[in-house]
Design a protein. Structure first.
Length: 227
């Protein structure tokens, strides 16, 4: 079954002097919320929010927007594609997302991503460092999401018998996603036993990425379904 989702950038469609104006910003958010409420009325499955910084987007804090939208809708699923892990402490990411799962009464979908190189570079995070932090943080959050009390040893994070609460509303977990553009990320998605998404690629490249994902899923014993 094909399910219709909106992928939301929260674009600041104004002149340079307008996008820093609080009145313009408030109206942009108001217009967006009107569209999202209408999307629920029209039968859309959900809205995926992106995370972007230092560009023409008002989506630097997607979880805040998602929490507000959860209060204004009853059926619409609310997802993030995805949280830019290199920017954050992974334990706090899990706490925040599981809180959001409860606030939305189990309508949350979770995606994590590496981030846009240009945005990472603006705050001094180079591509190699971002990749290293992302892959370690991804291992951390995948454990933290599944284990109420856990230990972790890595280069950037080390914890012992850490307790993460709240636990998720959806059991055993909210749907997990991995955005993929590279062969490596497609393989990581399969190893994480998550769903995958991609975009801005040719049909042939999309087919290749999904073939790589399915092959890795078969290799690791993960049964991929159409859902």
């Amino acid at each position: 079954m094909i399910k219709s989702w909106i992928f939301e950038f929260v674009h600041a469609a104004g002149k340079p002097e307008e996008i820093i104006d609080p009145v313009f910003t408030a109206q942009t958010y108001a217009d967006c919320f009107q569209v999202w409420r209408r999307a629920e009325e029209q039968g859309f499955e959900g809205v995926f929010f992106s995370e972007h910084h230092f560009q023409l987007s008002y989506s630097s804090s997607p979880t805040l927007i998602m929490a507000a939208l959860a209060r204004e809708t009853t059926r619409l699923r609310i997802g993030v594609m995805g949280i830019v892990l290199p920017f954050y402490e992974p334990w706090h990411v899990v706490e925040e997302l599981f809180t959001l799962d409860h606030l939305s009464r189990g309508r949350l979908d979770i995606g994590y991503c590496l981030g846009v190189p240009q945005e990472l570079a603006r705050v001094g995070v180079d591509a190699a460092l971002a990749r290293e932090r992302y892959e370690e943080a991804l291992r951390f959050v995948d454990i933290a999401m599944r284990e109420p009390v856990f230990s972790f040893s890595g280069k950037y994070w080390n914890v012992d018998n850490l307790t993460i609460v709240p636990r998720p509303y959806q059991q055993p977990l909210p749907p997990l996603w991995t955005p993929v553009l590279s062969d490596r990320s497609a393989q990581i998605g399969a190893r994480r036993r998550s769903k995958i998404s991609t975009g801005f690629e040719s049909i042939g490249r999309v087919a290749t990425l999904f073939d790589i994902y399915r092959a890795e899923a078969d290799r690791t014993g993960f049964a991929v379904t159409a859902d």
